[in-house]
Design a protein. Structure first.
Length: 151
């Protein structure tokens, strides 16, 4: 597994990873309409605009995960469900931290993601609700443990 910056030709593969990851991770959190709205075409359009902030986890020449960091905030970090547990997520998280990421948010009810971040030194600092995909949803804001309480 290796990391590298995203390239234009990665966008379709990363969009598929994102769509599969959403369906896998959020099926118990988001309603069907919200999941359907986050399809490969949705992510391809998003990533075409935001590719400069993306890192790719690559295994055997294939993009298997990615992170998107904007202004010190981890907007997305996903590994294809079929590739989970092979270290790519941790590599992406550590690279985002090294690049200055100091916040991320997770759905309050996304236990696996929360356990992943907490086991890697991130701590929940705030719970709140905000609009997401057409409904009010519960989230948790995280910071690295060393940054707790800092602005």
């Amino acid at each position: 597994m290796r990391l590298r910056p995203a390239r234009p030709e990665d966008v379709p593969a990363l969009a598929r990873v994102a769509a599969r990851s959403y369906g896998h991770a959020f099926r118990a959190i988001l309603d069907a309409a919200a999941l359907e709205s986050r399809d490969s075409a949705y992510f391809a359009a998003l990533f075409a605009e935001k590719r400069s902030g993306m890192q790719v986890a690559e295994s055997e020449g294939k993009a298997v995960g990615f992170s998107l960091v904007t202004d010190g905030h981890i907007d997305m970090l996903f590994i294809d469900p079929a590739e989970a547990g092979r270290g790519g997520g941790t590599m992406l998280l550590r690279a985002a931290e090294a690049a200055g990421a100091r916040t991320l948010e997770a759905f309050r009810d996304n236990g696996p993601a929360r356990a992943f971040y907490e086991s890697r030194g991130w701590r929940a600092v705030e719970e709140y609700e905000r609009e997401f995909a057409g409904a009010l949803r519960a989230f948790v804001l995280y910071r690295p443990a060393a940054q707790e309480g800092s602005g």
